[in-house]
Structure formats: C-alpha cells, structure tokens
Design a protein around this ligand. Structure first.
Ligand SMILES: [Fe+2]
Length: 263
C-alpha cells in the first residue's frame, strides 16, 4: 500500500496553503512527482509512492504524502508510462479518494486502463491538447522519453500568472525551443539523473538540462528526479555549476523534498 513517511504533515500543509489569485505553488514530492496548486485548482504531475525493494531500481527518497489522505484534486497528469510516472497503487488511491481526471499520452492511458481506473475519468492526450480547470490551463506538448515516443511534457498556466513547464523524463532535443516559440515559460521542472549501472544514458545530463532551460527561456530551473533511484543518483549541484559555466540567464533552485516553491 502507498505509505507516507511524513504522515499527514505535508498533505495538511498543501491543503491549508492559500495560494493568491495569479499564483502557482509547487511542491516537489520526490523523483519526478509534483503537486501544483493555484487559487482554485490543484493538479499532480507524475505522482509516485512506489518503493521497489529488489533489483537495481531502489527508491532513495522518502514518500512524503499518502494519496489516500487527499480529497480535492482536479487532475493527475502523467508524462509517460514508466512506473514512477504512472503507478497503479498511487493512481487508484487518487481515484478512490478524489474526483481527479487522469490525463496522459497513449502509453499512460493504456496503463491507467490496466490499473482499473474508471474509464470515464481517463483522458488520452495527443501533443497540443489542452484542458481548462477553473483558473488554470494545462497543455500537453511533445517531449520524447528515451523509450516512449508518445510521451509528453506539461505546461501549467494560471490566469494572469506564471506558466510552469514540466518535461517528464524527456531527453534533449529541439522540442524545448518549439515550446518557447508559442509560450512564455516562467519556470521548468526537468528530470536529471546519472548513467545506469550498465552505462546507458536515459536522462538528460547537467549541460543538457541547462541548454533545455535556456531554450525554454525560463527565469527558474528546478532539477528533479536525481533523488529517486539508487543506481542513477546524481549530485544536483552539477546543474548549478553547469549553469554558472554557461553564464545561464536564469536561477537554478535545487528543491528540498516537500518544500513549497511559490512561482
Ligand atoms: Fe522516471
């Protein structure tokens, strides 16, 4: 079962948070997972409470929330179908305890069906699809993962306020420039991690993360995912150094688990 090592502490903090109109607050939940809240809407991106205990994919970071404690969530956005971005036990708990829609690309939607989530609450997206929840708009954009060509990045824009871009586990390419052609992106959460034990590169490295953030034209880069897996753990300060070397025109913030980042 999903298990929070923080009890209800973080859920209570997030629920009590009074986000002002035009504000967008982000809570890093470990790995790729984020909660994003505006004055009138709440979405989760790639929520994951799993904890494999065998093989090389061993969870390093605490699970700071239990989705069974949640009540008001508008949508769960998935970037692709890997376990840590589309997880059965986690999503079933969202389905049972909130009215959230489950929105993701073809790969994620197929997995959501296999989890037994209510069919009427699963939404398959294509690149460019967008949805409106009260005061926010979410839009799926093309950001290929190393193994999932249908994968998406998510833009979350609040009315009269900032736009967050989440790149899932996307690899570097010209996709980030394309996003910037049509959107003013304030902040980006981008996955970074090291090589796998057998030497495969399945995440962006620090220089690529900085280049992607420059392509997006952000004010703020928030590296994520580096803290999740034992076999690809990476020191996120590599990103700070890479940004300094590149004289990057944006801030880098290394998030602490469960802190609130106010955009
Ligand atoms: Fe991942």
């Amino acid at each position: 079962m999903p298990l929070s090592q923080w009890g209800r502490i973080l859920v209570d903090e997030m629920e009590a948070a009074a986000v002002p109109p035009g504000g967008l607050w982000v809570w890093p939940l470990g790995g790729a997972s984020l909660a994003v809240k505006s004055a009138r809407s709440t979405v989760y991106i790639d929520p994951y409470t799993g904890s494999p205990s065998s093989g090389v994919w061993i969870r390093m970071v605490a699970v700071p929330f239990d989705p069974r404690d949640l009540r008001v969530v508008d949508a769960v956005l998935s970037t692709h179908d890997h376990d840590d971005h589309c997880h059965g036990e986690t999503l079933r708990a969202f389905a049972d305890n909130t009215g959230a829609l489950f929105i993701g690309p073809a790969s994620s939607a197929a997995k959501m069906r296999s989890f037994g989530l209510p069919e009427t609450r699963i939404v398959r997206v294509r690149h460019g699809d967008s949805f409106r929840f009260s005061d926010i708009t979410v839009e799926a954009v093309e950001i290929p993962d190393h193994s999932d060509p249908t994968s998406v990045g998510w833009l979350v824009s609040v009315d009269d306020g900032p736009t967050l871009f989440d790149g899932g586990d996307g690899m570097y390419g010209d996709y980030f420039k394309k996003v910037a052609e049509t959107h003013r992106v304030s902040a980006a959460t981008l996955s970074i991690a090291g090589l796998t034990g057998d030497g495969r590169k399945i995440y962006m490295d620090a220089r690529e993360l900085v280049a992607a953030a420059e392509d997006l034209g952000v004010d703020l880069l928030i590296p994520k995912h580096w803290d999740l897996w034992r076999n690809v753990w990476l020191d996120p300060w590599e990103v700070v150094i890479a940004a300094q070397v590149a004289r990057a025109p944006f801030r880098v913030h290394i998030p602490r688990l469960g802190e609130v980042i106010k955009l």
